[in-house]
Design a protein around this ligand. Sequence first.
Ligand code: PLP
Length: 427
Amino acid sequence: MSDYSFDTLQIHAGAEPDPATGARQVPIYQTTAYVFKDADHAARLFNLQEVGYIYSRLTNPTVAALANRVAALEGGAGAVCCSSGHAAQIMALFPLMGPGCNIIASTRLYGGTITQFSQTIKRFGWSAKFVDFDDLAALEAAVDDNTRAIFCESISNPGGYITDLPAVAKVADKVGLPLIVDNTLATPYLCRPIEHGATLVVHSLTKYMTGNGTVTGGAIVDSGKFDWSASGKFPSLSDPEPAYHGLKFHEALGPMAFTFHSIAVGLRDLGMTMNPQGAHYTLMGIETLSLRMERHIQNARAVAEWLERDPRVEFVTYAGLPSSPWHGRVATVCPKGAGALFTVGVKGGYEACVKLVDNLKLFSHVANLGDTRSLIIHSASTTHRQLTPEQQVAAGAAPNVVRLSIGTEDARDIIADLDQALTKATA
Ligand SMILES: *Cc1c(COP(=O)(O)O)cnc(C)c1O
């Protein structure tokens, strides 16, 4: 299957016709449990001696089809789906971390991720150090004996910043730590972080992967390439697991160690499970991922170019524009395009931004992105509200900035809507 090209894999990977009924589409296995053939079969499943379905908190055939499809599209060894993008981040860190451990995270992240990393993970005894990932020396210098991972986004929300993934992966490799890349905004159609050296890829499936604003979901893809036993820093994967009959996941399962640990310990005990209905909707969405992304990119480019020429606009951060400082990275990191999310500085500051948002008719004012519909949000008063003014500016969400998620409508209608609302906002 992995020999097929992306457009074929997005339709076929992870799913055969249903073995029970021949159903061509992946059925929604709306079941909590699965009948064991006999007591011996049950024991073998619980011992991980045989792979099969036990209970849907751990695995479910519909969710498994989605996980295998996402793994195929990212070029990973295995993947696990979970209940949201934020759950995926906790699930990715869980096998790597312990009390006193830290991660090095980029300053340019989704606002909710900055809050999760700077506040909430402290309750687990974990911490994050935020560094400008364009300063590779600072990134390397921030690593200490308790650092367990390096975390960034391929294309970052909300500023359209593109991380120099090959350079960051080189640092991660040098210090012997896994690189975790949130690939939500790029999707594997635009960027495949594992090819640039990422160890783990996390997703909010809520966004472009589903693509129509119907599902909350997440995924963690493992490259299968990291040596979890080499440094002694990852005992959950290298040492006997007391909560799993003393199993040594890395020794026993090799490149599938992280994936099996995420199911057998992560989902079992954290319970951040994706539901089969949600997995079904996401599978439907992924079938058209490349087609949608092509249109998203085409429209984003047209809208960004129009906005950049408009005198009512101060700046446009789209990396697809030659004026962007990150434009040079598009060719290496995401050669098919720089995504469809960017921010716009509006003349007239906070007041004008609020008026713009209130006067748009086609755009929806929502805290979401990656929908077929065009969406707008004023980050400073919403998603990035919990941050300090300095953090807002560092994250590209200053008060005079609105974030646009360009949909797949006709670009002329999107531009006309922005035109009329900008007139009212800056009158
Ligand atoms: C939305 C988003 C998340 C969080 O995902 P949820 O599914 O909302 O939990 C994480 N990272 C990025 C880049 C996002 O856009």
